[in-house]
Design a protein around this ligand. Structure first.
Ligand code: FES
Length: 102
């Protein structure tokens, strides 16, 4: 069985991310990945709280451990095209544990 090249975890069940649109972001990621025929390469996983509440919706991409904060459904296409397919993280959304880096 083929293993996934990337996992994208979306915080959808903590105190704040669900109320900030995390489920919509997760759904948009799944839709984008599905429409591009990438479901065997890239896995979108719902996750519990990342202990970074208030910066959400938060997502983290592995294996490179890239974090994004305040992601909206409108950001999903750029994340997929630039990072998940192109290998270039979206700088304006990066998160370093205290806030966006840029
Ligand atoms: S609710 Fe998302 S980090 Fe806590």
């Amino acid at each position: 069985m083929q293993v996934f090249e990337k996992h994208v975890f979306v915080c959808v069940s903590g105190k704040t991310c669900p109320g900030q649109g995390a489920v919509e972001v997760c759904d948009a990621l799944r839709k984008e990945i599905s429409e591009r025929g990438l479901k065997k390469q890239i896995r979108i996983n719902k996750a519990g709280c990342f202990d970074q509440c208030g910066h959400g919706p938060l997502i983290v991409v592995y294996p490179e451990s890239v974090w994004y904060a305040h992601v909206t459904a409108d950001d999903v296409k750029e994340i997929v095209e630039s990072h998940l397919i192109g290998g270039q993280p979206v700088q304006r959304l990066l998160y370093d544990g205290s806030g966006r880096i840029v």
